[in-house]
Design a protein around this ligand. Structure first.
Ligand code: ADP
Ligand code: MG
Length: 280
């Protein structure tokens, strides 16, 4: 079976491996302003009635402001568990998670909910829209939780829908929209609070390849405008839209490459998951 050919469409400066290794190596050190995400030895165990599942076994990762990172890895390697930790939907069993200069791995649930609302935009494979609400109402929802008055809410939700080219569909309900349009509503909802990171777990997993490209174009534009993006995907040609590709295996980082390195390896017939060297 031949590996899919993927193309490179321009590179951006990202932190060097040495810089990333330096910041993850010092336990307790507050990361500087240029780092959005720093994890040090993140572990997550699940207790399945006495049997412990080690979903994450010590993930060290540093992601700079404005980076666009894809996370890959076989099924069960811990991608969703890690995204849930990054998105403050779950707390690690041990290890440090610094988000935008704050140590969130030790926060109470209340504090975590506030951080989540302010710092995180989450996009899911299944869109997760309210079926009886219009696109506008769906996008307004995070602003309702944030206590923003209705006039301001409406204005910001309209701007977010315009930003994903859905201004003309704001009064439609999800069942009156295509899959790609639904995902764009979900992206607008994720961005309406101006989060410091956009997290997406298999955002094109339910979309055909043309629609996936349409969604990748939205992500590309956001990344160009400076939005930090972390996206899980199992498709190499989707991952190749990001500027950096991190592969998880058995709850650990098994490789961490720039897009051009990843693309060269895949185009040379390499497997996504089998890399000799460990990354940061
Ligand atoms: P991926 O997204 O890469 O497919 P997951 O993060 O969903 O992997 O799962 C990693 C491991 O943790 C798997 O062995 C999975 O069965 C286990 N796991 C994930 N969520 C839970 C949970 N809520 N309870 C128990 N085990 C879980
Ligand atoms: Mg998953």
């Amino acid at each position: 079976m031949s590996a899919p050919q993927v193309s490179v469409t321009g590179e951006h400066n990202i932190a060097t491996t040495a810089e990333r290794q330096a910041i993850v190596a010092v336990p307790g050190a507050t990361p500087g302003d240029n780092w959005i995400i720093v994890t040090r030895g993140i572990k997550r165990d699940y207790d399945m009635g006495g049997e412990i599942v080690h979903a994450l076994r010590g993930v060290d990762l540093a992601i700079g402001r404005n980076e666009y990172v894809a996370i890959m890895g076989p099924s069960g390697s811990g991608k969703s568990t890690f995204m849930n930790v990054l998105g403050c939907l779950d707390t690690p069993s041990s290890g440090e998670y610094w988000l935008n200069g704050q140590l969130v791995s030790q926060m109470s649930d209340d504090a975590l909910a506030r951080v989540r609302n302010k710092e995180i935009g989450f996009v899911f494979q299944t869109f997760n829209l309210l079926p009886r609400s219009t696109a506008l109402q769906n996008v307004e929802l995070p602003l309702v939780y944030a206590g923003i008055p209705s006039t301001e809410r409406r204005k910001r939700a309209q701007e977010a829908l315009d930003a994903v080219n859905l201004g003309g569909r704001m009064h439609h309900r999800p069942n009156e929209l295509s899959g790609g349009q639904r995902q764009r509503v979900a992206i607008a909802r994720a961005l309406v609070n101006r989060p410091s990171i956009l997290l997406a777990d298999e955002p094109t997993g339910n979309l055909d390849s043309n629609t996936s490209e349409e969604i990748m174009k939205v992500f590309q534009d956001l990344a160009r405008q400076g939005q930090t993006v972390v996206m899980v995907t199992h498709e190499p040609d989707i991952a190749a839209h990001a500027r950096r590709v991190v592969v998880l295996r058995d709850g650990l980082v098994s490789s961490d490459e720039r897009r051009d390195e990843f693309v060269a390896r895949i185009n040379a017939g390499g497997s996504v998951h089998d890399v000799g060297t460990a990354g940061t």
